[in-house]
Design a protein around this ligand. Structure first.
Ligand SMILES: Cc1ncc(COP(=O)(O)O)c(C=O)c1O
Length: 449
């Protein structure tokens, strides 16, 4: 039986009224990928204020590996709220923070002693990684990459790539940030083989230590093992291994930003595990809290301990209710059978997209369930198709499926469903996406005639 049930046009009358209120009371710069006005959600189904039912394949931008309102998370939140909502880790000590720190120390890669700091957002986790790396090394510089997204605070925005969408008008930015190119195999330069491109990228990493910054000034190299906003670009394992080698050779802290790729999304707890590389610090957020605002930094105890007393922390970081939600979510995600589902979800998405007869699809890629279709106007030139991508997302929303764009050129349709989405729901959603792709392609063909 179909899960999507549309009773009104999208947006319906109530949704339209609320969108008008949104325009009046919320800032224009807060982007809105769809006109869906949500009232409630459970599992992978989302209901809007007009009684329409949608399939959610965006998961609040990858927040919901365990789906909407899972029973164990809801009861953990309710139970915690009855006993302790807040007391602040800077003032007191409480069980849920301790337990979550212990669990994250256990589930993250690396057999060395670890410690965990909790915060509220992905950006805050990344900032704390940089602060700790600077304290530990006594050095100022941070290396990050083209295509990276690390957040919107001043420091993390400085580290974020894609100027036009995220940074325009917000400068000046923080100093001592050095941006290097990262290999995107779909855009291998003409005339190079994949192997030559990777070898050239490794050479460029070494070269940057002369041409851009001296390694003795570098505190941290921060890398997303699979670039998220950049368009779900898995970084070649030799590239991650080379970063590890440079960090070891020069005493630099290697930071994996797993805010989007962590917590089962790729079929492992953390995407970096696929490469065998072990970072010094990991920044986490999103699916950690099953929708509750919580983030974490876990890493080598000596680095985590580098700050002076009182140098890190915040009022809300590791709030008991968020910790309780995270403990329940992690308990689900860490089960091998749950992680296995991510691989299955990824396989179904990949085969559906590959079977979709649509000339706009230039590349289907990702790792585990972290999958995109990159849309191009021409498969030879690979010219990006951002307007068509937006239309695909909007068409899918009008037909009951919630999706998002990604990519340096905003030309990727990204899928971030719950990892336990029932197969029939996933296939139903993918069929809507395939229709949207074919519809937009035929519109383009008609316009060209
Ligand atoms: C890899 C990565 N790092 C950091 C962030 C920033 O997280 P937040 O929006 O919670 O600040 C994001 C958000 O999408 C992300 O994908």
């Amino acid at each position: 039986m179909a899960s999507i049930k549309l009773k009104t046009e999208i947006p319906g009358p109530r949704a339209r009224a609320m969108l008008e209120r949104r325009a009046a009371c919320m800032p224009a710069g807060l982007a809105r990928a769809t006109d869906i006005v949500v009232e409630r959600a459970h599992g992978s189904l989302l209901q809007d204020v007009d009684g329409n039912t949608f399939l959610d394949l965006a998961g609040g931008i990858g927040m919901l590996a365990v789906g909407h309102t899972p029973e164990n998370v809801v009861s953990a939140i309710a139970e915690q709220a009855r006993t302790l909502i807040h007391s602040c880790a800077l003032l007191t000590t409480y069980e849920s923070y301790l337990r979550l720190a212990e669990v994250l120390n256990e589930v993250t890669p690396g057999s060395f002693p670890k410690k965990t700091l909790l915060a509220n957002s992905g950006a805050e986790a990344v900032e704390n990684c940089v602060k700790l790396a600077r304290c530990y090394t006594g050095r100022p510089a941070v290396i990050c990459f083209e295509g990276a997204y690390h957040g919107r605070t001043l420091l993390t925005l400085s580290m974020t790539s894609k100027y036009g969408l995220f940074k325009k008008g917000f400068g000046p930015f923080a100093s001592e940030i050095y941006r290097l190119s990262a290999p995107n195999l779909y855009r291998t330069p003409q005339g190079m083989t994949t192997d030559q491109y990777i070898a050239w990228s490794l050479h460029n990493l070494e070269h940057a230590m002369i041409s851009q910054v001296d390694p003795s000034a570098v505190a941290a190299i921060v890398i997303e093992p699979v670039q998220g906003e950049g368009g779900f670009i898995p970084l070649p394992h030799p590239f991650l291994a080379k970063i590890r080698e440079l960090c070891d050779r020069h005493g630099i802290v290697m930071v994996a930003d797993e805010v989007q790729s962590g917590f089962g999304r790729t079929g492992r707890m953390f995407a970096i595990e696929h490469s065998g590389v072990i970072p010094d610090l990991i920044a986490m957020a999103k699916s950690l809290g099953a929708g509750m605002p919580i983030s974490a930094v876990t890493g080598r105890a000596d680095i985590m301990d580098a700050s002076h007393l009182g140098g890190i922390g915040g009022t809300f970081g590791g709030s008991p209710v968020c910790c309780a939600a995270a403990l329940a979510a992690v308990e689900t995600i860490r089960q091998p059978a749950f992680l296995q589902q991510a691989l299955r979800v990824g396989d179904i998405i990949r085969s559906s997209l590959e079977a979709t007869d649509c000339a706009l699809i230039g590349d289907v890629r990702g790792l585990g369930a972290m999958m995109v279709a990159e849309l191009v106007l021409d498969r030879q030139t690979r010219e990006p198709a951002p307007a068509e991508t937006l239309e695909v997302v909007r068409h899918a929303a009008r037909h009951g499926v919630l999706l998002m764009r990604a990519g340096l050129y905003s030309n990727c349709v990204r899928l971030l469903p719950a990892l336990d989405i029932p197969e029939e729901q996933l296939r139903e959603g993918l069929a809507v996406l395939a229709n949207a792709l074919r519809h937009v392609e035929s519109q383009r063909a008609t316009a060209a005639r």
